[in-house]
Design a protein around this ligand. Structure first.
Ligand code: PNW
Length: 450
């Protein structure tokens, strides 16, 4: 694998998954604090009260990031630290992110900041959360303060992380906070998230005249049919519509896919929540397109399920999440995006794998994770050779953390966290990744001299 000189290497985390300090400096609960409190929702009722204690250990964590040699670090801001109550700005919460971003820059690491990585304040949830169209205004107030306070020290902005997860897993499937099971709500929630994305882009670029790159991150999963049968193909189309097109089409084409609107109509009695101008706003041009890639889908038809298609058995090697390892399908996905959707620079804002890591004598030999990342980085390199213009790659995750409904049971980190002592231990994958980045830099340093 090889990357051009400007290619950026990074690693990523999110606020609720690592920070802890859940009630410090004015932070109030988010929907995830609430969700974790409900029996049976999160593995062994784990929660983010302490997590990786990053809120207190960020200096140490910055040193690890620096030693990895990455160009950039992606983290998210906890909205309930910034607005603990409706309309109440909390400077103490903002101070944490100012310090974090400033210290990263001092160490030569570019901060890439996500505004919404799922920790909606409870005060907003209590007024209907994302289902309420007012959420767009609440989000804009929040975005405005973040832009005003941090725009000079942040290198890129991501409005939303994975609205599919936040919207459909949160309001339709119910396995993420707030745990609702209502498709009518979910489609509205997604619409308001996307609308708030578009408005935040307009705010930063048009009103504040900032030149800081801004984009959205979608989790995309290319879907394949178990067989060539008409029914399996239909299942494939619908699953793709639910997972991918429902987000890609509005963001890049300014319209929801009509076939899916018809399919959802069974649950969504009216689309009158889409107001004039909304779709233009949602499709406001961004500077880059963020993609989180983990796996593919393989589906077969089932009469009982329309778009919530049934996952078919596959003989692919799997990660510790049970997800198919599918670097070739990742390539298919990127080619399709180039053909059907966008020429914007693509940034892989997350890619990585969970495995059952074992800490022994201060070492973690996570060969499978290295293999997973190597396969996907090689795919990125191949895609760029084809002219696909992938500008950067963020490994998920810097450290083991609160893996949502799986709690601390699933480890995605390249740093191992001992959750009793909070000790950080470099897994073999961290050493390997540092080596890849080091080789890349050495190669381009040579080529400058030559
Ligand atoms: C992403 N799925 O979540 C998130 O952005 C991260 O916060 C998370 O830790 C990481 O991927 C690993 O899971 C996802 O069910 C959660 O398809 C679930 C799915 C996809 C992504």
């Amino acid at each position: 694998m090889q990357f051009n000189k400007d290619f950026v290497f990074g690693t990523a985390t999110s606020s609720y998954q690592i920070e802890g300090a859940h009630n410090e400096d004015g932070r109030t609960p988010s929907i995830w604090d609430m969700f974790c409190d409900i029996d049976g929702r999160v593995f062994e009722k784990h929660n983010g009260d302490v997590a990786c204690d990053h809120y207190h250990r960020f200096e140490e964590d910055i040193q690890h990031i620096k030693q990895l040699g990455v160009d950039t670090y992606r983290f998210s801001i906890a909205w309930p630290r910034i607005f603990p109550a409706k309309g109440e700005f909390n400077p103490a919460g903002m101070a944490f992110y100012k310090t974090l971003a400033t210290r990263l820059r001092e160490e030569g690491i570019k901060p890439a900041v996500t505004l919404y990585h799922w920790d909606l304040p409870m005060w907003a949830h209590n007024e209907g959360g994302w289902v309420n169209r007012d959420s767009v205004d609440w989000f804009l107030d929040y975005a405005k303060v973040c832009f005003d306070e941090l725009d000079g020290i942040v290198d890129s902005w991501i409005t939303h992380n994975e609205p599919w997860c936040a919207g459909f897993l949160g309001y339709h499937v119910g396995v993420h906070a707030p745990g609702h099971r209502d498709m009518n709500e979910a489609v509205r929630a997604v619409h308001h998230m996307l609308l708030s994305h578009g408005k935040a882009v307009e705010l930063l670029k048009q009103e504040l005249k900032s030149t800081t790159p801004i984009g959205i991150t979608l989790n995309l999963s290319p879907v394949y049919a178990k067989t060539d049968s008409v029914n399996d193909r239909l299942a494939q189309n619908n699953s793709d519509g639910y997972s991918n097109r429902w987000f890609l089409d509005p963001v890049f084409k300014g319209q929801y896919p009509v076939d899916m609107m018809n399919l959802f109509a069974k649950y969504v009695h009216t689309y009158d929540f889409i107001k004039p101008g909304d779709m233009e706003t949602i499709s406001t041009e961004c500077d880059f397109f963020g993609i989180n890639f983990y796996s593919r889908g393989l589906v077969e038809f089932s009469a009982a399920n329309d778009f919530m298609t049934v996952a078919a058995y596959s003989d692919y090697d799997k990660t510790g999440m049970g997800w198919d390892i599918a670097p070739n399908e990742f390539k298919d996905l990127i080619r399709r995006l180039r053909n059907e959707y966008t020429d914007l620079p693509i940034i892989i804002t997350e890619n990585g794998a969970a495995y059952d890591d074992v800490l022994e004598n201060g070492e973690v030999h996570d060969v499978k994770r290295i293999d997973y990342v190597k396969k996907h980085l090689t795919a990125v390199s191949d895609l760029n050779d084809e002219g696909m213009n992938i500008a950067g790659y963020y490994l998920w995750s810097l450290m083991d953390n609160f893996e949502w409904s799986f709690g601390y049971e699933k480890r995605f980190g390249i740093l191992y966290i001992d959750f009793d002592t909070q000790e950080r231990v470099w897994k073999d994958s961290a050493k390997w990744y540092a080596g890849v980045i080091g080789d890349h830099k050495a190669k381009h340093a040579d080529s400058v001299e030559a």
